[in-house]
Design a protein around this ligand. Structure first.
Ligand code: SF4
Ligand code: SF4
Length: 180
């Protein structure tokens, strides 16, 4: 499957409407520095909920669709990310993301439904299962969320739980017994 071609047809990611501006991509301080090396400036980011280490990119009006907004790193003509190889974890994780549990007290790694993304939707059952397993086991994921708990989004419907987190004295750990 040529994922770039699927994305070019789908064009769901990296675009936002007035109602979804809240979901603009988050960058850690290091990811922001990398993005600034491509021509963005610090004015293209705002602190996320007052954080000194996590920033939300300032979206810009789409030149193709009136009323929509896009990440300034998106090439709208090709629907390709200008920093694809170095895109932030928030983008690399899709369709996974960290979120609070429905009652707001716990946290988990969740995924948007399979049919939300053209790439996962096209996967056969076995391929999808192995994709889910590999991506929920990405090295460093636990260290990342402990360092940047700001990445735990509010509860979102249209999702399902993949792995639960447990809060212990030292921070978050996985509630299951998988290795990473
Ligand atoms: S939702 Fe999936 S297929 Fe669509 S643009 Fe995003 S990654 Fe590509
Ligand atoms: S950094 Fe790249 S992948 Fe992420 S939202 Fe922006 S254009 Fe899309």
């Amino acid at each position: 499957m040529d994922t770039i071609q699927v994305c070019e047809r789908c064009r769901e990611c990296c675009r936002f409407t007035k109602k979804t501006l809240y979901y603009a991509t988050l960058f850690t301080d290091k990811e922001k520095q990398r993005a600034m090396a491509t021509g963005l400036s610090s004015a293209d980011f705002v602190s996320y909920r007052g954080s000194r280490h996590v920033f939300q990119v300032r979206l810009i009006p789409s030149v193709k669709v009136a009323g929509e907004y896009v990440c300034p790193l998106l090439d709208e003509q090709t629907h390709r990310c200008r920093i694809y190889e170095h895109r932030p974890l928030d983008c690399r994780l899709w369709p996974f993301f960290f979120m609070r549990s429905r009652n707001g007290r716990g946290a988990l790694l969740a995924s948007f439904r399979k049919d939300f993304c053209g790439i996962t939707d096209a996967m056969k059952k076995k391929q999808y299962e192995s994709f889910m397993r590999e991506n929920s086991d990405l090295p460093g994921l636990l260290g990342f969320i402990n360092r940047y708990p700001e990445f735990i989004w509010d509860y979102e419907s249209y999702t399902f739980p993949v792995r639960f987190l447990k809060r212990v004295e030292t921070g978050y750990v996985w509630a299951d017994d998988r290795a990473s």
